[in-house]
Design a protein around this ligand. Structure first.
Ligand code: AMP
Ligand code: TRP
Length: 341
């Protein structure tokens, strides 16, 4: 067994919807990169999850490629990790079915994200949207995952994955690892620029609400200039002033400086100066990512090679796990070997 396989397994995914933005970087991608050495890591472009909302095929295809290149540009290393596309590994959908048969509908009806998305997509409340958290559990449990780095909003989905693992193990034997969430202490919830009481979202219709990883310095400046701040002009973190607190949080995470030191540096200065400096900070941070992104986008054969190798590795691992699952449940084992004659 290789050294790599002995490390605990980490798995995470982002669905190709909207535009990858700074909240995704801070809540998820940055932690993928920070943890990739200590874990046997799998990073998945969860394209089947994206089908739960209506997609235009050419746009989806383009976005899938862009997302993969952004993962790489942010520092996810294909030589140290398995990077693959969910739809390339049939085991995810197969395990989904099995887990579906162990999931009471009531548990899915309670899911906050389902309730929210049922409101925002009233004309398309489909089975996939309802089943979304079970597919996420399948992604995780299929590889014996121990750690799942995600933002705060995914806590409830992860709890379902844990419950399903425990329920399956209690009935059929010790097959699944019960996964732990890894939720960053700071930056687990970056808020919207125009409405700092709600989460920054990459599929927000109002682009002014988020800083996309591919935004130009000019666009960042415009968005920050229009970002809602609160009455008064002091640069202070205060739960009652969510606008300025969110911007302080962003500044602190990207410059890796504790919030109180940022507050000290801006003592007596105004919002205008702070926003200008935050523009510089974000543009300076995103510039190199955008440069690497452009290089990866110009190398389709390299991306294809990563995906081919990633899918082959993930398929092999998932097939081994599915055999164990089928065996434990009393399904006839798949017979390997050549057909006679
Ligand atoms: P989503 O944008 O919902 O597809 O989420 C992709 C990943 O980014 C998940 O791990 C989320 O928890 C994380 N994430 C999404 N929005 C935010 C946010 N505003 N702040 C922090 N993390 C986020
Ligand atoms: N539901 C997650 C999100 O919206 C994406 C996701 C799908 C995921 N499968 C996963 C995250 C497995 C972690 C592990 O962000």
């Amino acid at each position: 067994m290789s050294e790599k396989r002995k490390k605990p397994v980490l798995l995470s995914g982002i669905q190709p919807t909207g535009e990858l933005m700074i909240g995704n970087y801070i809540g998820a991608l940055r932690n993928w990169v920070a943890l990739q050495d200590q874990y046997d890591s799998l990073f998945v472009l969860v394209d089947l999850h994206a089908l739960t909302v209506r997609q235009n095929p050419p746009d989806l295809l383009r976005r899938c490629r862009e997302f993969l290149c952004l993962y790489l540009a942010c520092g996810v290393d294909p030589d140290r990790n398995t990077i693959f596309v969910q739809s390339h590994v049939p085991g995810h959908s197969q395990l989904l079915w099995i887990l579906n048969c162990l999931t009471p509908m009531g548990e899915l009806k309670r899911m906050t994200q389902f309730k929210e998305k049922s409101c925002s997509h009233r004309t398309n409340i489909n089975m996939g949207l309802f089943d979304y958290p079970v597919l996420m559990a399948a992604d995780i449990l299929l590889y014996g995952t121990g750690l799942v780095p995600v933002g705060d909003d995914q806590k409830q989905h992860l709890e379902l994955a844990r419950n399903l693992a425990e329920r399956f193990n209690a009935r059929f034997g010790d097959i699944f690892t019960v996964p732990e969430p890894y939720i960053p202490v700071t930056g687990a919830r970056i808020m919207s620029l125009q409405d700092p009481t709600s989460k920054m979202s990459k599929s927000d219709n109002n682009h002014l609400n988020y800083i996309a990883l591919l935004d130009s310095p000019d666009l960042i400046r415009q968005k920050l200039r229009r970002a809602v701040t609160d009455a008064g002009n002091r640069i202070r973190y205060d739960a009652a002033r969510p606008g300025i607190s969110n911007l302080l949080n962003l500044f602190s995470v990207i410059t890796d400086t504790p919030v109180d030191l940022v507050e000290q540096a801006y003592d007596g200065k105004g919002y205008g100066e702070f926003k200008n400096d935050l523009t510089e900070v974000l543009a300076g941070f995103l510039g190199p990512i955008q440069g690497r992104y452009a290089e990866f986008m110009a190398e389709p054969p390299y991306i294809e090679k990563i995906l081919r190798e990633g899918a082959a590795a993930a398929r092999a691992r998932s097939e081994m796990m599915l055999e164990k699952i089928h065996d434990a449940m009393g399904l006839i084992p798949f017979i390997r070997g050549k057909n006679p004659g």
